[in-house]
Write a protein that binds this ligand. Structure first.
Ligand code: ADP
Length: 319
Protein backbone atom coordinates (compact mmCIF):
# COMPACT_ATOMS: atom_id res chain seq x y z
CA UNK A 1 0.00 0.00 0.00
CA UNK A 2 1.55 3.26 -1.17
CA UNK A 3 -1.20 5.89 -1.29
CA UNK A 4 -4.42 6.39 0.61
CA UNK A 5 -7.06 9.12 0.68
CA UNK A 6 -9.10 10.62 3.49
CA UNK A 7 -12.32 12.63 3.39
CA UNK A 8 -15.00 13.93 5.74
CA UNK A 9 -18.60 13.79 4.59
CA UNK A 10 -22.13 14.66 5.74
CA UNK A 11 -22.60 16.64 8.94
CA UNK A 12 -19.42 17.86 10.63
CA UNK A 13 -18.60 16.83 14.19
CA UNK A 14 -16.00 17.98 16.72
CA UNK A 15 -13.09 15.55 16.69
CA UNK A 16 -13.10 15.00 12.93
CA UNK A 17 -9.85 16.97 12.76
CA UNK A 18 -8.25 14.73 15.37
CA UNK A 19 -9.31 11.75 13.22
CA UNK A 20 -7.83 13.29 10.05
CA UNK A 21 -4.62 13.98 11.95
CA UNK A 22 -4.44 10.37 13.16
CA UNK A 23 -5.01 9.01 9.64
CA UNK A 24 -2.34 11.25 8.15
CA UNK A 25 0.28 10.69 10.84
CA UNK A 26 -0.33 6.95 11.12
CA UNK A 27 -0.04 6.50 7.36
CA UNK A 28 3.13 8.58 7.12
CA UNK A 29 4.54 6.61 10.05
CA UNK A 30 4.13 3.53 7.82
CA UNK A 31 5.62 5.31 4.79
CA UNK A 32 2.27 5.63 3.03
CA UNK A 33 1.36 8.84 1.22
CA UNK A 34 -1.92 10.48 2.22
CA UNK A 35 -4.18 12.58 0.04
CA UNK A 36 -6.73 14.87 1.60
CA UNK A 37 -9.99 15.14 -0.34
CA UNK A 38 -11.91 18.35 0.23
CA UNK A 39 -15.72 18.65 0.41
CA UNK A 40 -16.40 14.94 0.77
CA UNK A 41 -17.62 12.97 -2.22
CA UNK A 42 -18.33 16.18 -4.14
CA UNK A 43 -14.67 17.16 -3.98
CA UNK A 44 -13.65 13.59 -4.80
CA UNK A 45 -15.60 13.66 -8.08
CA UNK A 46 -14.15 17.05 -8.91
CA UNK A 47 -10.59 16.04 -8.08
CA UNK A 48 -10.32 18.54 -5.22
CA UNK A 49 -7.42 16.56 -3.78
CA UNK A 50 -4.09 17.48 -2.28
CA UNK A 51 -1.20 15.62 -0.75
CA UNK A 52 -0.91 15.97 3.00
CA UNK A 53 2.24 16.02 5.07
CA UNK A 54 2.97 15.90 8.79
CA UNK A 55 2.69 19.67 9.02
CA UNK A 56 -0.65 19.90 7.22
CA UNK A 57 -2.36 18.37 10.26
CA UNK A 58 -0.38 20.37 12.80
CA UNK A 59 -2.30 22.51 15.26
CA UNK A 60 -5.71 21.04 14.43
CA UNK A 61 -6.26 18.43 17.16
CA UNK A 62 -8.10 20.91 19.35
CA UNK A 63 -10.22 22.49 16.63
CA UNK A 64 -13.87 21.75 15.89
CA UNK A 65 -15.25 21.28 12.39
CA UNK A 66 -13.13 19.69 9.68
CA UNK A 67 -10.16 21.22 7.88
CA UNK A 68 -11.03 19.11 4.83
CA UNK A 69 -14.52 20.68 4.77
CA UNK A 70 -17.56 18.57 4.15
CA UNK A 71 -20.49 18.50 1.76
CA UNK A 72 -23.60 16.65 0.80
CA UNK A 73 -23.52 15.53 -2.81
CA UNK A 74 -26.54 14.46 -4.82
CA UNK A 75 -24.42 13.75 -7.86
CA UNK A 76 -22.39 11.13 -6.02
CA UNK A 77 -25.58 9.14 -5.47
CA UNK A 78 -25.72 8.49 -9.22
CA UNK A 79 -23.79 5.79 -11.09
CA UNK A 80 -22.05 8.46 -13.18
CA UNK A 81 -20.98 10.32 -10.05
CA UNK A 82 -19.51 7.19 -8.51
CA UNK A 83 -17.72 6.40 -11.77
CA UNK A 84 -16.24 9.90 -11.78
CA UNK A 85 -15.02 9.36 -8.22
CA UNK A 86 -13.34 6.06 -9.12
CA UNK A 87 -11.66 7.73 -12.11
CA UNK A 88 -10.22 10.43 -9.86
CA UNK A 89 -8.97 7.87 -7.34
CA UNK A 90 -7.28 5.90 -10.13
CA UNK A 91 -5.85 9.04 -11.67
CA UNK A 92 -4.22 10.01 -8.37
CA UNK A 93 -3.06 6.43 -7.74
CA UNK A 94 -4.98 6.25 -4.48
CA UNK A 95 -5.46 2.64 -3.37
CA UNK A 96 -7.68 2.94 -0.33
CA UNK A 97 -9.98 5.51 1.25
CA UNK A 98 -10.85 6.45 4.84
CA UNK A 99 -14.33 7.96 5.05
CA UNK A 100 -15.11 9.94 8.20
CA UNK A 101 -18.83 10.62 8.57
CA UNK A 102 -22.24 9.21 9.40
CA UNK A 103 -24.41 6.48 7.93
CA UNK A 104 -25.08 8.38 4.69
CA UNK A 105 -21.34 8.66 4.14
CA UNK A 106 -20.96 4.92 4.71
CA UNK A 107 -23.63 4.25 2.07
CA UNK A 108 -21.40 6.20 -0.28
CA UNK A 109 -18.37 4.14 0.81
CA UNK A 110 -20.38 0.98 0.20
CA UNK A 111 -20.96 2.10 -3.39
CA UNK A 112 -17.21 2.54 -3.91
CA UNK A 113 -16.37 -0.85 -2.37
CA UNK A 114 -18.98 -2.54 -4.56
CA UNK A 115 -16.98 -1.15 -7.51
CA UNK A 116 -13.88 -2.78 -6.08
CA UNK A 117 -12.40 0.23 -4.31
CA UNK A 118 -11.30 -0.41 -0.67
CA UNK A 119 -12.92 1.88 1.90
CA UNK A 120 -12.88 2.01 5.69
CA UNK A 121 -15.46 4.00 7.65
CA UNK A 122 -14.80 6.07 10.78
CA UNK A 123 -17.99 7.09 12.63
CA UNK A 124 -18.09 10.87 13.07
CA UNK A 125 -21.40 12.40 14.10
CA UNK A 126 -22.72 14.11 17.23
CA UNK A 127 -25.87 11.98 17.08
CA UNK A 128 -24.30 8.71 18.34
CA UNK A 129 -26.73 6.90 16.06
CA UNK A 130 -24.41 4.39 14.40
CA UNK A 131 -24.54 0.68 15.23
CA UNK A 132 -21.28 -1.19 15.83
CA UNK A 133 -19.80 1.40 18.18
CA UNK A 134 -20.63 2.54 21.68
CA UNK A 135 -19.68 6.11 20.78
CA UNK A 136 -19.24 8.18 17.66
CA UNK A 137 -16.66 10.95 17.33
CA UNK A 138 -18.27 14.25 18.36
CA UNK A 139 -20.91 12.86 20.68
CA UNK A 140 -19.03 13.59 23.90
CA UNK A 141 -18.24 17.18 22.93
CA UNK A 142 -21.82 17.82 21.92
CA UNK A 143 -23.08 16.19 25.10
CA UNK A 144 -20.95 18.54 27.18
CA UNK A 145 -22.23 21.53 25.23
CA UNK A 146 -25.82 20.48 25.89
CA UNK A 147 -25.04 19.89 29.55
CA UNK A 148 -23.56 23.34 29.92
CA UNK A 149 -26.72 24.79 28.40
CA UNK A 150 -28.93 22.78 30.78
CA UNK A 151 -26.93 24.02 33.76
CA UNK A 152 -27.33 27.61 32.63
CA UNK A 153 -31.03 27.28 31.94
CA UNK A 154 -31.39 25.67 35.37
CA UNK A 155 -30.11 28.85 37.04
CA UNK A 156 -32.86 30.92 35.52
CA UNK A 157 -35.40 28.12 35.91
CA UNK A 158 -34.74 28.07 39.65
CA UNK A 159 -34.87 31.83 39.96
CA UNK A 160 -38.19 32.17 38.17
CA UNK A 161 -39.83 28.91 39.19
CA UNK A 162 -40.45 28.09 35.62
CA UNK A 163 -40.57 25.01 33.50
CA UNK A 164 -38.13 24.93 30.62
CA UNK A 165 -38.04 22.72 27.58
CA UNK A 166 -34.65 22.24 25.96
CA UNK A 167 -34.60 20.77 22.47
CA UNK A 168 -31.49 18.83 21.49
CA UNK A 169 -30.25 17.49 18.17
CA UNK A 170 -29.73 13.78 17.54
CA UNK A 171 -31.86 13.11 14.47
CA UNK A 172 -33.74 9.89 15.19
CA UNK A 173 -31.57 8.98 18.16
CA UNK A 174 -32.24 10.03 21.74
CA UNK A 175 -28.69 9.56 23.06
CA UNK A 176 -27.78 13.25 23.31
CA UNK A 177 -31.01 14.04 25.15
CA UNK A 178 -30.73 11.01 27.41
CA UNK A 179 -27.11 11.48 28.45
CA UNK A 180 -27.42 15.23 28.86
CA UNK A 181 -30.74 14.88 30.66
CA UNK A 182 -29.33 12.35 33.09
CA UNK A 183 -26.17 14.40 33.67
CA UNK A 184 -28.18 17.60 34.03
CA UNK A 185 -30.84 16.19 36.34
CA UNK A 186 -33.76 16.82 34.01
CA UNK A 187 -37.27 16.03 35.25
CA UNK A 188 -38.29 14.55 31.94
CA UNK A 189 -36.32 13.17 29.02
CA UNK A 190 -38.38 12.71 25.92
CA UNK A 191 -36.79 10.64 23.20
CA UNK A 192 -37.96 8.91 20.03
CA UNK A 193 -37.05 5.41 21.25
CA UNK A 194 -39.59 5.55 24.08
CA UNK A 195 -43.23 6.15 23.38
CA UNK A 196 -44.26 7.75 26.64
CA UNK A 197 -47.84 8.73 27.34
CA UNK A 198 -48.24 12.50 27.36
CA UNK A 199 -50.31 12.19 30.52
CA UNK A 200 -47.32 10.62 32.28
CA UNK A 201 -45.13 13.58 31.45
CA UNK A 202 -47.79 15.97 32.73
CA UNK A 203 -48.28 13.89 35.84
CA UNK A 204 -44.56 14.07 36.63
CA UNK A 205 -44.54 17.82 36.10
CA UNK A 206 -47.48 18.34 38.41
CA UNK A 207 -46.12 16.03 41.06
CA UNK A 208 -42.79 17.82 41.21
CA UNK A 209 -44.62 21.15 41.50
CA UNK A 210 -46.71 19.80 44.35
CA UNK A 211 -43.66 18.85 46.31
CA UNK A 212 -42.41 22.38 45.91
CA UNK A 213 -39.75 21.91 43.29
CA UNK A 214 -38.70 25.33 42.08
CA UNK A 215 -37.62 24.38 38.63
CA UNK A 216 -38.44 21.86 36.01
CA UNK A 217 -36.38 20.96 33.01
CA UNK A 218 -37.65 18.85 30.18
CA UNK A 219 -35.10 17.67 27.62
CA UNK A 220 -36.70 16.85 24.30
CA UNK A 221 -34.86 15.15 21.44
CA UNK A 222 -35.52 16.65 18.01
CA UNK A 223 -36.56 13.21 16.76
CA UNK A 224 -39.71 13.43 18.87
CA UNK A 225 -40.91 16.69 17.40
CA UNK A 226 -40.86 20.42 17.77
CA UNK A 227 -40.33 21.87 21.26
CA UNK A 228 -42.61 24.86 20.60
CA UNK A 229 -45.51 22.58 19.65
CA UNK A 230 -44.79 20.50 22.71
CA UNK A 231 -44.89 23.61 24.88
CA UNK A 232 -48.24 24.64 23.36
CA UNK A 233 -49.65 21.23 24.10
CA UNK A 234 -48.62 21.43 27.76
CA UNK A 235 -50.20 24.85 28.04
CA UNK A 236 -53.43 23.70 26.42
CA UNK A 237 -53.81 20.63 28.60
CA UNK A 238 -52.56 21.94 31.95
CA UNK A 239 -52.34 25.70 31.78
CA UNK A 240 -48.67 25.43 32.75
CA UNK A 241 -46.48 27.96 30.94
CA UNK A 242 -43.19 26.65 29.67
CA UNK A 243 -40.22 28.34 28.06
CA UNK A 244 -38.46 26.80 25.09
CA UNK A 245 -34.78 26.79 24.21
CA UNK A 246 -33.79 25.16 20.94
CA UNK A 247 -30.05 24.63 21.12
CA UNK A 248 -29.46 24.20 17.39
CA UNK A 249 -26.06 24.35 15.77
CA UNK A 250 -24.04 25.30 18.84
CA UNK A 251 -24.24 21.55 19.51
CA UNK A 252 -22.08 20.84 16.48
CA UNK A 253 -19.25 23.23 17.26
CA UNK A 254 -16.46 23.80 19.70
CA UNK A 255 -13.16 22.33 20.69
CA UNK A 256 -13.43 18.55 21.03
CA UNK A 257 -13.27 17.06 24.53
CA UNK A 258 -10.40 14.80 25.59
CA UNK A 259 -12.71 11.80 25.10
CA UNK A 260 -13.44 12.73 21.51
CA UNK A 261 -9.82 13.48 20.67
CA UNK A 262 -8.64 10.18 22.11
CA UNK A 263 -11.45 8.25 20.39
CA UNK A 264 -10.75 9.98 17.07
CA UNK A 265 -7.02 9.25 17.35
CA UNK A 266 -7.61 5.58 18.09
CA UNK A 267 -10.24 5.08 15.39
CA UNK A 268 -8.37 7.03 12.72
CA UNK A 269 -5.19 5.06 13.31
CA UNK A 270 -7.03 1.74 13.28
CA UNK A 271 -8.65 2.62 9.94
CA UNK A 272 -5.19 2.97 8.39
CA UNK A 273 -4.09 -0.36 9.89
CA UNK A 274 -7.09 -2.08 8.32
CA UNK A 275 -6.19 -0.70 4.88
CA UNK A 276 -2.61 -1.92 5.43
CA UNK A 277 -4.09 -5.34 6.29
CA UNK A 278 -5.90 -5.29 2.93
CA UNK A 279 -9.32 -5.00 4.56
CA UNK A 280 -12.20 -3.15 3.00
CA UNK A 281 -15.87 -2.41 3.66
CA UNK A 282 -15.28 -2.21 7.43
CA UNK A 283 -16.22 0.44 9.96
CA UNK A 284 -14.06 0.95 13.03
CA UNK A 285 -15.72 1.48 16.37
CA UNK A 286 -15.30 1.19 20.10
CA UNK A 287 -16.95 -1.48 22.25
CA UNK A 288 -16.24 -1.69 25.98
CA UNK A 289 -13.16 0.45 25.39
CA UNK A 290 -11.75 -1.97 22.79
CA UNK A 291 -11.28 -0.87 19.19
CA UNK A 292 -13.31 -3.15 16.93
CA UNK A 293 -14.29 -3.26 13.27
CA UNK A 294 -17.45 -4.49 11.59
CA UNK A 295 -18.78 -5.02 8.12
CA UNK A 296 -20.26 -1.78 6.76
CA UNK A 297 -23.15 -3.76 5.24
CA UNK A 298 -24.03 -5.04 8.73
CA UNK A 299 -23.68 -1.54 10.16
CA UNK A 300 -26.06 -0.13 7.58
CA UNK A 301 -28.66 -2.86 8.02
CA UNK A 302 -28.30 -2.78 11.81
CA UNK A 303 -29.87 -0.50 14.35
CA UNK A 304 -28.30 1.62 17.02
CA UNK A 305 -29.71 0.70 20.42
CA UNK A 306 -30.33 3.21 23.12
CA UNK A 307 -29.22 2.20 26.60
CA UNK A 308 -32.62 1.35 28.14
CA UNK A 309 -31.09 0.79 31.56
CA UNK A 310 -29.86 4.36 31.56
CA UNK A 311 -33.28 5.59 30.51
CA UNK A 312 -34.91 3.70 33.37
CA UNK A 313 -32.33 5.09 35.77
CA UNK A 314 -33.09 8.63 34.65
CA UNK A 315 -36.74 7.95 35.52
CA UNK A 316 -35.86 6.59 38.95
CA UNK A 317 -33.66 9.57 39.75
CA UNK A 318 -36.11 12.23 38.63
CA UNK A 319 -39.11 11.23 40.73
P1 ADP B 1 -24.07 11.59 7.11
O1 ADP B 1 -22.86 10.89 6.60
O2 ADP B 1 -23.74 12.56 8.19
O3 ADP B 1 -25.17 10.61 7.47
P2 ADP B 1 -25.51 12.29 4.64
O4 ADP B 1 -26.63 11.34 4.89
O5 ADP B 1 -25.84 13.63 4.15
O6 ADP B 1 -24.61 12.52 5.93
O7 ADP B 1 -24.52 11.60 3.60
C1 ADP B 1 -23.35 12.25 3.16
C2 ADP B 1 -23.12 12.01 1.69
O8 ADP B 1 -22.90 10.62 1.43
C3 ADP B 1 -24.28 12.37 0.78
O9 ADP B 1 -24.34 13.72 0.46
C4 ADP B 1 -23.95 11.54 -0.46
O10 ADP B 1 -22.99 12.17 -1.28
C5 ADP B 1 -23.36 10.28 0.13
N1 ADP B 1 -24.42 9.26 0.17
C6 ADP B 1 -25.43 9.15 1.05
N2 ADP B 1 -26.24 8.11 0.75
C7 ADP B 1 -25.73 7.56 -0.39
C8 ADP B 1 -26.11 6.48 -1.23
N3 ADP B 1 -27.18 5.73 -0.98
N4 ADP B 1 -25.33 6.21 -2.30
C9 ADP B 1 -24.24 6.95 -2.57
N5 ADP B 1 -23.85 7.99 -1.83
C10 ADP B 1 -24.57 8.30 -0.75
Amino acid sequence: LKKIGVLTSGGDAPGMNAAIRAVVRKAIYHNIEVYGIRYGYQGLMEGNIKKMDLGSVGDIIHRGGTILATARSQEFKTEEGQQRAIEQLNKWGIEGLVVIGGDGSFRGAQKLTSRGFPCIGVPGTIDNDIPGTDFTIGFDTSLNTVLEAIDKVRDTATSHERTYIIETMGRNAGDLALWAGLAGGAESIIIPEVDEEFSNIIHRLERSRERGKRHSIIVLAEGVGNAFEFSERIKKETGIETRVTVLGYIQRGGSPTAQDRVLASRLGARAVELLIENKSDRMVGIRNNEIVDNDIDDILSGKHHLNKGMYNLSKELSI
